[in-house]
Design a protein around this ligand. Sequence first.
Ligand code: ATP
Ligand code: MG
Length: 561
Amino acid sequence: MSAEANKSSNFINQIIDEDLAAGKHSSVVTRFPPEPNGYLHIGHAKSICLNFGVAEAYKGVCNLRFDDTNPEKENQEYIDAIRNDVQWLGYDWPGEARYASDYFDQIYDFAVELIQKGLAYVCSLSADQAAIYRGTLTEPGKPSPFRQRSIEENLDMFRKMRAGEYEEGSHVLRARIDMASPNMNMRDPILYRIRFRTHHQTGDTWCLYPMYDFTHPISDALEGVTHSLCTLEFEDHRPLYDWVIENTSVPAAPRQIEFARLNLNYTITSKRKLLRLVEENHVDGWDDPRMPTLTGMRRRGFTPESIRHFCEMVGVNKVGGTVDMGMLESAIRDDLNERAPRAMCVMRPLKVILTNWPQGESETLTLPVHPQKPELGMREVIWSRELYIDREDFVEEPPRKWKRLSPGEAVRLRGGYVMTCREVIRGEDGQITELHCEYDPATLGVNPEGYKPKGVIHWVSAEAGVPAVVRLYDRLFTTENPAGNKESDFIEFLNPESLITMTDCWVEPALAEPQRALPYQFEREGYFVHDSQESENRGKLVFNRTVTLRDSWEKISQKNG
Ligand code: ATP
Ligand code: MG
């Protein structure tokens, strides 16, 4: 079962190969364990791709398990969104999603087992006192005065804790390990605390909730997880994970393996900080297209394929680092370049009148949906006497090597005819209001005789085009590591130009009924996805920019560096 074609070789696969070769397991079981206290982000995508990817590669299974031991921060909205996001990425779990809370009874019984073995006790120090007893990184801790409570008293008090007979914060259950351990996690860590909270799954059944470090190994073992993959910050918790497995009668011995978190520059991957962006209205909800959440990225036009490919490129390693946003952007750009249908959209309209085109007549032109993919078919574009071009494609005094329109010069309109600018019309305020141009009837699909157009520009029929709003999204932060400076708040680094709304755009007529599956490539502009929800809100077509055609940030940083 070792090296298979669809399995990239990384240190985790090596460990699994060894475990399988040594006969420790006959099949591989992993799990993805989100806490339902926020929406999944691009960092979680790495963990999802890894956990489900490993299971797929070894023909095993990966469970989705909600790590729901903190009722105050969790809720059903997050649970539903997480399930949806995992499936959208293209993964599925066997049977129903699991919940750590499904195991609360069993976890309680394992705690009782520890008490009976003299390995856990009820501690009644206040949180402040407990912190002092705990010691520091350089000084050992001191045993709690409650460490010597009898097993009977511990059992009795723990039962009363469960029965709701004590106040929140008055007692906790702690493991009895080693107050002098150099590893702070082993200094009699808390296993249970009292919380009078209604839980989204278990209602008011419990007022006593197990800690993550106790819950996780037990949940893994109960599900027969063989390899429990988690991020590096849990490395120091591994001795505790193993201690729980060794000292309780759990039915299996899962193995924890740590890997480096994914960090991306120009954004943040912390649910807590993302929640702040939402709560303080810096963004328009968890699914704001600027958010690095999967729901935001979906609304932005990212495809699941591009995210999976990105995670593959990032790979799995033991050393943390920051990945360049440019890599994520090029993953979606590469995918869309292959697949996105082409269309034209004019964002800064300047009217063109073709003075030699008959009034009231139009012509239907056919253009390829994708110039390199004839199998994607053709699309119809309407040519008419009045057209829009982009204001930026016209200047009165062209610089040298100007490849677009200027007075007296000719350009080809993409897929249509060549036209020459004859007259510039101005309004009372001196602003250019329209251009009068002459089209050359002999130039559809062929070069003109005796002169050369300066270039090719995009356009939309002013008579048949459809008005649209285009939202130009850009990176959410202006600095690479917005959360990296202790002195300043990451909010200060929000990019004020992360959203520019273009309200007076025109798209070609075929887009009146836009497809949803994939973004379009708006020729010469970038990739844009239809936002059906926002279109409905505004009663007008709305498109979101997924990504530009080229990486303009790279150029800027090269220029500045
Ligand atoms: P956050 O700090 O954003 O709240 P978390 O680790 O608390 O993240 P969980 O819901 O506990 O969020 O995460 C579920 C799984 O995803 C865990 O196994 C966690 O290690 C993993 N994970 C979270 N963030 C990242 C990341 N940036 N890169 C890789 N894996 C991650
Ligand atoms: Mg967590």
